[in-house]
Ligand binder design. Structure first.
Ligand code: SF4
Length: 327
């Protein structure tokens, strides 16, 4: 990871209008991504992790969704204001994505070779023969055995883990600067999960690609990410270096998440901790701390006003009234 910032997300806001009101799925999200960095975005379902990343590459379906504010700076240009042709060129070429279930991204009717060659020729100045050679090279790097033969097979002829390897090979085949991995291991069994995470780490390190890893599992980010953003109800509630957050989580929600992770080094442990209550209904959310119904440290001010982020050294920030002098 270097000091060079390659992507800057500033005050991103994405809302969905539904019959019951307005869902502020992403409400003022900001972060920087550095060259070669692996940034984890963690939170429960519905916290806004995936919508944040779909917004970054301008893939929000309108209606019902709409990016109502903010900027996504990539090499001095705002991706949110780019013409459709320009952003299409960036997607898959400079910024690639892999999703939870590779079957939703791979076309079951087409051979892997057809899909990979199409992606590579679309974004790179290579003819079909050179593109196929590049595709075979990427499959080999991604750990697919006998890639020269397997490239001409259909997705259903691969296991779940192998399909995810194909997706990773395809996503990295155009040497993107950024890989967005949205829950890339959730659909896989535990032993395969570790292999896929290791593969993403190895390949992106080799190719110098920065990664945004979206997950609901703190176990996944612990060994993988340099930095961490914890999201709750559409906002980042805590941000910092992964090691710093694990050593001293500040936000009560992050503290709860860390306490809920099973630990092998604790003997005679009591029942595993779980955060009380349920995530809030994000329709027409009032401007208070949305975690207060579940927080055992809540104060009067938490019910009245959303806390401004308190920044500290090493790019650490926490949005909680406990750390504010204003309270
Ligand atoms: Fe708890 Fe208040 Fe902090 Fe929210 S702002 S996490 S309710 S202490």
């Amino acid at each position: 990871m270097t000091e060079e910032v390659i992507l800057q997300v500033k005050d991103l806001q994405t809302y969905f209008t539904v019959d019951e009101g307005v869902v502020k799925a992403v409400d003022g999200v900001s972060f920087d991504l550095h060259k070669g960095e692996t940034l984890g975005i963690v939170g429960e379902s519905g916290s806004g992790k995936s919508v944040t990343n779909l917004s970054i590459i301008n893939l929000i379906q309108n209606p019902p969704g709409r990016i109502v504010g903010g900027e996504v700076d990539f090499h001095g240009k705002d991706l949110l204001k780019m013409p459709p042709d320009e952003i299409r060129h960036i997607r898959g070429n400079k910024i690639s994505m892999i999703f939870q279930d590779p079957m939703t991204s791979l076309n079951p009717y087409l051979r892997v070779s057809t899909q990979m060659v199409e992606t590579i020729t679309l974004h790179q100045k290579l003819d079909k023969k050179a593109a196929k050679e590049k595709a075979i090279e990427m499959l080999k790097l991604a750990g697919i055995p006998a890639p020269e033969k397997r490239i001409d097979q259909y997705p259903h002829q691969f296991s779940g883990g192998m399909r995810q390897r194909v997706m990773i090979a395809m996503a990295l085949s155009c040497n993107p600067e950024i890989l967005i991995a949205d829950e890339p291991t959730s659909a896989l069994d535990v032993t395969i999960q570790a292999q896929i995470l290791e593969l993403i780490q190895d390949l992106t390190k080799k190719l110098g690609t920065a990664v945004i890893l979206i997950t609901h599992s703190l176990g996944v980010v612990a060994g993988t990410c340099n930095t961490l953003c914890v999201m709750y109800a559409g906002r980042i509630v805590e941000r910092g270096r992964t090691d710093d957050i694990f050593a001293e989580p500040k936000h009560p929600y992050t503290q709860g998440l860390i306490r809920s992770v099973p630990r092998m080094d604790r003997e005679n442990a009591d029942r595993l901790y779980s955060i009380q209550g349920q995530p809030p209904n994000v329709i027409d959310l009032p401007d208070c701390c949305p975690f207060y119904p579940r927080c055992d440290k809540a104060m009067d001010i938490c019910r009245k006003k959303y806390p401004t982020p308190i920044k500290s050294e090493n790019d650490r920030a926490v949005s909680c009234w406990l750390y504010s002098e204003e309270r």
